[in-house]
Each structure stands twice: as structure tokens, then as C-alpha cells.
Design a protein around this ligand. Structure first.
Ligand SMILES: [Zn+2]
Length: 232
């Protein structure tokens, strides 16, 4: 069994690791993430869990409290924008947060084995992967090499945006984030079961590159979206 250890930033009381088996874990994990993003936006950074003590504490085992399925964009570094450190976040990143079997397997490992109570799909404004997919569809060209796999994974979101009459890139990104949340839940029985049992939540967030803040685009269960208010 795991040894109790700190979750929050120092200084503060020692708390147990936040795993899916604790009451209210998804909500608490989301609150931790949002608090960190607010510190990042306002410049009140704590840089928690980035010292040698934490490195030693988590060397033997990990209990990350959130999975981040984010775009690979270099400006979207998860531990920085959520002001977290070692052992806090289980991060999977692909261009345009596109989800294939390896991504789903990684998420299922975190949720089922590590008992991580929150999965965040993290997209952002001006996403180059979404723009590339849009360009490919508009011009009828097939991107070279494996880039076509990224484009193919974004195309269902483009269709959905078109059906909704949405043409602005950042609104298409929001649709793509919501589509990614739905696709993950539809594709992963293990994830869907944890969410249905209330032990895990999946939240889609969009990050603003210039402002540094996240906002909720989609959530399962839906009421969690209200917890992701913009920073003041
Ligand atoms: Zn992107």
C-alpha cells in the first residue's frame, strides 16, 4: 500500500495522496489544478514539488492527481501552467491532443492502475494542428508523412463545426476539445466506468496562450464545468 504523502504546496499540513478512492477526489483534483493555474496567471507561483525532498518522496511510487491529455504545443507545458511539480501530473501530449490507442492506454493506466481521479483534455487558442487540418480539408491536399494521421483525427471535429455553422478557428478548437472528451469516453470502457462510478471526471479545457488561463469547454459529469471559472 502507498505511504501517505503531501499533495498541496508547501507550507501546509501533510495530506494523503489524492486518489480516485477518496470521496470527492475528482472535484478536489480539479480545484488543485485551477488554483495552480490562477497562481500562474497572477504570477503568485509556488513551484510546489520541485525540490530534492519531493524527488526523493516520489522516487519509489507515483500517485499523480490528474492526467493531462494536451496538445504538444511548446507553449502548453502542463507543470508550468498549472504550477505543479514532480509526481503531480500524468501527462500525455500529441499535436492537437489527438487520441489513438497509445494515448487511451496511457490514460487507462493512470486511471485504473495509479487511481488518478481526473482527466483533463487541454487544447488552446490558435492551435496549429487544428489549423493544419482545416487547411488540408479546404485545399483537398493530403499532408506528407504521418502528419496525415493528426489531420485525420481532427477531421470529425471539423465536420461537427461545419454542421454547427462554426467557422472561427478558436471556436472550432473548443468543439475539438469537446469532441476529444466524448471520443475518449466512447472509446475507453475503463475510463467510462470510473466516471460512471463517480471516481473519475473528464474535463475539457481551453488555454489562452497570451493570458495563460484555462476555461472549461466540456465536462463529464457536466456540473464540473462550472468549477473552471476564468481567473480574476
Ligand atoms: Zn495545438
Amino acid at each position: 500500500m502507498s505511504r501517505p504523502g503531501p499533495l498541496g504546496a508547501q507550507p501546509g499540513p501533510e495530506r494523503e495522496y489524492l486518489t480516485a478512492d477518496l470521496p470527492g477526489a475528482p472535484q478536489r483534483a480539479l480545484a488543485e489544478l485551477i488554483a495552480g493555474n490562477r497562481r500562474f496567471v497572477t504570477g503568485a507561483l509556488r513551484h510546489p514539488h520541485q525540490d530534492a525532498g519531493r524527488r526523493a518522496a516520489v522516487a519509489a511510487e507515483q500517485h499523480p492527481f490528474a492526467v493531462i491529455v494536451g496538445c504538444s504545443d511548446s507553449r502548453l507545458a502542463a507543470e508550468i501552467i498549472f504550477d505543479r511539480g514532480l509526481g503531480d501530473l500524468f501527462v500525455v501530449r500529441t499535436a492537437g491532443h489527438t487520441v489513438g490507442p497509445e494515448v487511451l492506454g496511457s490514460v487507462e493506466y493512470a486511471v485504473a492502475v495509479l487511481r488518478t481521479p481526473l482527466v483533463v483534455v487541454l487544447g488552446h487558442d490558435s492551435c496549429g494542428a487544428v489549423q493544419a487540418a482545416r487547411d488540408a480539408v479546404a485545399t483537398g491536399t493530403v499532408p506528407p508523412g504521418h502528419l496525415s494521421a493528426v489531420v485525420d483525427a481532427v477531421v470529425p471535429s471539423l465536420r461537427r463545426a461545419q454542421d454547427a455553422g462554426v467557422d472561427e478557428l478558436d471556436r472550432i478548437v473548443d468543439i475539438h476539445i469537446a469532441q476529444t472528451v466524448e471520443a475518449m469516453l466512447a472509446s475507453s470502457e475503463a475510463l467510462a466506468a470510473e466516471v460512471a462510478a463517480g471516481r473519475c471526471a473528464v474535463v475539457g479545457m481551453s488555454y489562452r496562450l497570451a493570458a495563460g488561463e484555462v476555461r472549461a469547454v466540456a465536462a463529464e459529469p457536466a456540473e464540473l464545468a462550472g468549477a473552471v471559472a476564468p481567473a480574476a
